[in-house]
Design a protein around this ligand. Sequence first.
Ligand SMILES: [Zn+2]
Length: 280
Amino acid sequence: MRVLSKLPMVAFAATLFLAFSCQQKAQDTTPQNVVSPEVLAKIKRLGFSTEGVINNNGSYIVERDIMLTEAQLDQGFNNPLLLRAGQEEQYRTTNVVNSNGSRVITVYIDTRFNSTYVNALNDAIGRYNALNLDISFQRVTSSSGADINVRRLNWFLEFFGVLGSAGFPTNGNPYNEILMNGRLQTSYGYNQAGIATVIAHEMGHCIGFRHTDYFDRSISCGGSTNDEGDGGVGAILIPGTPTGASLSAASWMLACSGGGDRQFNADDVTALNWMYKNNF
Ligand SMILES: [Zn+2]
């Protein structure tokens, strides 16, 4: 998920520039985002948008918050379905978590985060668990064996305005890492509910949800019309969800956030129930 307004980003970038400009004579610390044509070709071949790709030391953030490794770029994903679903709401990937009827997904949050982040994670977990799905989440206090680890983004990604990032399930297991911007309060003015919304969004990727507005992320991000494509992981309409996404419907899986609280709307609940009640 990425910041909606560019203003805080500009302010943050200016702050960073000030912070680093004093060191420039000794060392050029201006962040460089170099993505080779070969990598862009691989991203395009998998069907992801090549706009705004961020190189994170050899892994790549596409569609603003989805982490792809070099291996994934080379190998693709399990069972890719090149389906297009039209302009409908609530999409899933072909990569899902196998619950076998009941599965607890444990989540650990790094101790570098303050209590607001920890409480926001508790809130996000509570939003999912209130639906009594076949999967549930549980916060644990040890990273050892946790299914999902919540860690800090590096400063480079925070510089580029990434709010959080995650990936898609593999081999029936949730994606194992959520990277969160640690400056959401200080640089972006997010409160606990806004942070809970970002965490719940990234958890949504970890269990296989794509962006609600994947077909045109300008719906939540502004700017020009931009189709993310099917990403090679499938963008499959979930039965019972309506035609067309809108900012006002405030799905938790919209690509961009302005910091508001997006609890599950009725269509989100339909999508979550379809995915994780008596299905996978
Ligand atoms: Zn996202």
